[in-house]
Design a protein around this ligand. Structure first.
Ligand SMILES: *Cc1c(COP(=O)(O)O)cnc(C)c1O
Length: 426
């Protein structure tokens, strides 16, 4: 299903015209298609099952932590991969059973460990010896046992953007694979730790799937070695990172990914955890914005939008490409001219696209910034004291504002003056 298509000259989200949504909600806003989110989860699950694997898909909430999206995915049988107590609370609030929650992250605090233990989550993915010892202590103080997987760093280059590659020995993530056997023995000797698995996550936005083959094979070898050494290993967590095509919208090749997993670990016949984020929600979301001004310079034409880098930072942070569509469908012979699509913030990095061929748009026209469902709203900020874009979920002909626009009063209530500055100068 294509969630966003032109119908009768207007871009639609499922069965709703985006123009009327924009009139009701106000711009800018994030727009998600529930059908697209569910469809991606189903497609991935089907591909893994068709490859003969036994998957639990723990959706990586950091890609888009919306309660509504988590709830829809839960309805499709997903669990959650969380990286903070805040995400853990979201997962629980959305109704995810603790036994489907994995707690990842390189710097869990003792409080976060306590929260996970009290909830009774499936596993902590442990990333260092210090963390292992801390978790053992915290579990002991609660009279509990923490089930863990060791996250190993397989020293495989994911060949993705430098800011989102995580699986080489130069990165802060995971335990170097060569040191893992020793740490497994140490884990086995701790009274409040139960080692049940191994985990990897080599990076995000992998469009070339071949690094997975190397990483998964190394993990399978280590798993076998761990069993041979007498550890009661039960499962593998193969992480996330499946990339999406920002430029042409082709869906990720889940069958090819499943085949790689099958080749590398299928022979073990064990349950597998997957932690996809972007591949589930990336194409399921748009950022809808209105053109405030069109400015013709000497060499360039600028479209100044009411959305900015505080709403969507990916172009600035990762030099990311996002397709931009006019919400009113251009006629077949509409001339396109290169335009810089920018936000109003006083930073030269506040740009969505440079020299992008688009129809000559005018103030008031709506645009859709595509593939904004992952690492969009969740990375938004209050920079420039701008209110971040609200979030809307569409299902068929229905919509709901699932995160309303913050108001200025709420924004200002977050702060305090110190007592010595409390009185305004006369
Ligand atoms: C970020 C992250 C994911 C999800 O990555 P995507 O690229 O969104 O699929 C999964 N697991 C871990 C440990 C992560 O840090």
């Amino acid at each position: 299903m294509k969630p966003f298509q032109y119908r009768d000259g207007q871009l639609s989200a499922e069965d709703l015209a985006i123009e009327s949504l924009a009139a009701e909600v106000g711009t800018p806003f994030y727009l998600y298609s529930e059908g697209a989110v569910r469809g991606q989860l189903r497609d991935l699950k089907q591909a893994l099952i068709a490859a003969g694997l036994d998957p639990l898909i723990c959706y990586s909430m950091k890609a888009n932590p919306s309660l509504a999206i988590m709830r829809a995915l839960l309805d499709e049988g997903a669990g959650a991969d969380v990286v903070s107590e805040g995400e853990l609370r979201r997962a629980l609030m959305a109704g995810v059973p603790p036994q489907k929650i994995v707690f990842a992250g390189v710097g869990k605090t003792a409080e976060e460990m306590r929260a996970g233990l009290e909830a009774g989550i499936l596993q902590f993915n442990v990333e260092s010896r210090d963390e292992l010892l801390r978790l053992n202590q915290v579990a002991a103080s609660l009279g509990r046992t923490a089930t863990i997987a060791l996250r190993v760093n397989p020293d495989v280059d994911a060949r993705t953007h430098a800011k989102i590659t995580t699986g080489t020995s130069e990165n802060k993530f995971g335990i170097d694979i060569a040191l893992a056997p020793e740490i497994m023995s140490q884990a086995a000797a701790l009274d409040h730790i139960r080692l049940e698995g191994l985990a990897v996550h080599i990076g995000s936005q992998l469009t070339d799937l071949s690094p997975y083959a190397a990483a998964f094979s190394r993990l399978a070898e280590l798993f076998q070695a761990a069993r041979d050494a007498g550890h009661a290993m039960k499962r593998l967590d193969l992480g996330g990172g499946i990339g999406i095509s920002y430029e042409d919208g082709t869906p990720p090749d889940f069958p090819a990914y499943a085949e790689i997993a099958k080749q590398a670990v299928g022979h073990l016949g064990i349950p597998l955890i997957f932690e996809p984020g972007r591949a589930i929600v990336g194409h399921a979301g748009l950022l809808i914005s209105r053109v405030l001004y069109a400015k013709q310079g000497i060499n360039r034409r600028f479209l100044i939008l009411d959305a900015a880098m505080n709403d969507l930072i990916r172009p600035t942070l990762y030099d990311a490409w996002h397709d931009i569509l006019p919400v009113a469908e251009p006629g077949p012979n509409t001339p396109l001219l290169p335009q810089d699509v920018v936000g109003p913030i006083c930073e030269s990095g506040d740009i969505f696209a440079e020299q992008r061929p688009l129809p000559e748009l005018a103030p008031g026209d709506l645009v859709a910034i595509c593939a904004a469902g992952a690492y969009g709203a969740t990375m938004s900020s209050l920079y420039n004291s701008r209110l971040p874009a609200p979030e809307v979920l569409v299902r068929g002909g229905e919509f709901a504002v699932v995160k309303p626009r913050l108001d200025y009063e709420a924004m200002l209530r977050q702060e305090r003056l110190p007592p010595w500055l409390a009185d305004a100068p006369a």
